[in-house]
Structures are given as C-alpha cells and as structure tokens.
Design a protein around this ligand. Structure first.
Ligand code: HMG
Ligand code: MG
Length: 302
C-alpha cells in the first residue's frame, strides 16, 4: 500500500486567486468578512490579496484596506502577491506576514502577466525577495504554467528546474508549482515531481492546481504519492488568471478537505466552518460555485 503523509498544509488562496478573476468587485467589507471567517476555520495560511497594479487586477484594488482591516488570528499566516518594489512598499506598509513573488516558466505568459520577459523579471524578484526578507517577511515563490501554457504548450523540465534553482537561490523558502490552466494529468505530475524531487526536498515544493478539466484531485493524489505535503486551494473552487485564457478555478478547498480527511490525512481545518465561508462568498457573488462538496452540503440543508 502507498504511504501517504499523516498531515498536509493547505494554503488557502481564494481571497486572492479566486477574487482576482471575478468580474464584479466584491466590496472591501465583504472581503474582510470572508477572510475573518476563513481565519476561524483552522487554516494556518491565507493568501488574502495582491499588491499588483489596480489597472491590471481591478478586483483587488483595495488590497491595502483589506490587509489593514482583517482580524489577525494567532497561528494564521497572512500572505499577499507582490510583483515589484512598488507592491512591496505597500505590502510592508500594510504589515503583511508573507510575500509571494511570481514568475511564469513560459516567456509569452510572463510577458502578458508581468509585462516583461523572464530575464527582465528575475532581477526585480531578486530585489523584492532581498528587501522583503530584510523587513522580516518570509517569501514564497510561484512558478506558473509548469504543466502547459496557453500560448506555448508544454515547457521543458530543464527550464522549470533552472527557474526553481534561481528562485531558491534568491531566498524563497518554497516554490508553488502552478498548473495555471488546469491541463496536468497524474502522469505529467509524476514525471515532473520525479525530476524535481531528485534535486529539491518535498518541503520546498507546493502544488497549485487549477481544475479546468476536472483533473485537480487526481493530480493531488499523484503528488501525495510522490511525497508532497503542501497544497494551494480556493474555497468553493474560485480562481483563475485573467492573463491565461482558459484558466478556471483552483481545486476547491471544500473537495480537497473531503478527500484528505477520508484518506486519514489531517489538515487542521474544520470542514463545516469552511463550507460556511463558501456559502457566504457564493451568495455575495450571486452564482453557483464549482465545489462538489458545497453542492452536497447545500442539497442536504434543503
Ligand atoms: P507595468 O505597467 O509594466 O509597470 O506593470 P511599470 O513598472 O512600468 O509602471 C507603470 C505604472 O504602474 C507606474 O505608475 C507605476 O508606479 C505603477 P505611473 O508612474 O505611470 O503613474 N505600478 C504599480 N502600481 C500599483 N502597484 C504596483 C505597481 N507597479 C507599478 N505593484 C506589473 C507591471 C507587474 C505591475 C503589472 O504587469 C501587474 O500588476 N501584473 C500583475 C498581473 C497579475 O496580478 N496576474 C495574476 C496573478 S498571477 C496568477 O494568478 C498565477 C498564480 O495563481 C499561480 C498559477 O496559477 O500558476 C500565482
Ligand atoms: Mg493560480
């Protein structure tokens, strides 16, 4: 029998990855309410917003206000996406706990998302990582489109390895590997993790699956088999990158919790409290969310 970990860490990215992709602007007070609700579920990590250009991501234009207004629960680390020094200044001003830098392994996606080549992005990230750490912030790194890019297709393992090396050398403590457009399958996951885990420890790698084609939970299982113990997810299955056509929601935290708990893998997160938060944001958005467990929960209640 395969040996799975006894416990994993879930990094909730719904307030950022989820809301960045919504057409409607969720009022600040509702975002704050949502994050406060999530803070009481037992989650130890919440990515709450992005300090990116508001013209590029208008849905998160209130990032400073959000971070300054939430109730910080003990034992929860609050993180935000930061693309450059301007974003870092605001992140530090808001006293966020952790900064997430991001880069794509695809040249075209990086250009569309960051308005720069990979080569020109790296020194910017280096200075952000350096200055964030000097200000006492931990720094996480995202690599996007690692299983496929909407513009360039599959990217070589060599290129992914090289960029992982660079981010770790620059000082991130963990790299979150993004299946930005949800194309990955367990075979691809096994092959990539086989390569990466020869070089890096499982503690340095997190998986960030989008569920565009319904393969996200299968990919989580393949990652568990390989020894991965950190997963990003979004409540209700919210999520998507506006600069990656075809990107839809992250693996739903609700469904991830259901599967992990039934596999006797601890997360520390209270499923019923998480579902209440999913119901809350679903009502605010005024459309049904994609989480299967949320649907089951609602059908039971009626
Ligand atoms: P740019 O236009 O090239 O920026 O955007 P610039 O450095 O040339 O500056 C132009 C103007 O923007 C200046 O203002 C700057 O001050 C201002 P002006 O002097 O003209 O008045 N500016 C800013 N304002 C506010 N906050 C800032 C900021 N930076 C510059 N941080 C930039 C470059 C990177 C800022 C832009 O491309 C951007 O904001 N991109 C973010 C796109 C984004 O958020 N994408 C989604 C997140 S990534 C994702 O979802 C994938 C992930 O989930 C993993 C996965 O699924 O794979 C993480
Ligand atoms: Mg994402």
């Amino acid at each position: 029998m395969l040996k799975w970990p006894q416990a994993v860490t879930i990094k909730e990215v719904g307030p950022r990855d989820g809301l960045q992709n919504e057409e409607i602007f969720v009022p600040t007070v509702d975002k704050v309410h949502l994050i406060n609700q999530l803070s009481r579920t037992g989650l130890s990590y919440i990515e709450v917003t992005s300090f990116v250009h508001p013209k590029w991501i208008p849905a998160l234009a209130d990032s400073e206000q959000v971070v300054k207004s939430i109730n910080r629960e003990k034992g929860v680390r609050y993180a935000a996406l930061v693309p450059n020094q301007k974003g870092l200044e605001k992140a530090i001003e808001s006293n966020i706990d952790e900064v997430s830098v991001f880069l794509s392994v695809s040249e075209t996606h990086n250009m569309k998302n960051m308005n720069k080549s990979i080569q020109d992005t790296l020194p910017i990230l280096q200075s952000v990582i350096h200055d964030a750490k000097r200000s006492g912030k931990s720094v996480r790194g995202y690599l996007s489109t690692v299983f496929g890019c909407p513009y360039e297709g599959e990217i070589s393992h060599q290129k992914i390895l090289k960029l992982c090396d660079k981010l770790l050398e620059m000082g991130v403590y963990e790299i979150s590997l993004g299946d930005t457009i949800g194309v990955a399958t367990p075979k691809q996951v096994q092959e990539l993790l086989n390569t990466l885990l020869k070089r890096f420890s499982a503690k340095q790698i997190a998986m960030h699956y989008h569920n565009t084609r319904g393969t996200a939970l299968a990919n989580v299982t393949a990652s568990l088999d390989a020894g991965i113990i950190t997963f990003d997810s979004s409540l209700g299955g919210l999520g998507g990158c506006p600069y990656a056509p075809g990107a839809s929601g992250n693996v739903a935290t609700d469904d991830l919790l259901y599967m992990l708990h039934k596999m006797d893998i601890q997360t520390g997160v209270d499923m019923s409290e998480l579902l209440k938060a999913s119901v809350y944001i679903q009502e605010r958005l005024g459309r049904p969310l994609s989480s299967h467990s949320l649907l089951v929960y609602q059908n039971k209640k009626h």
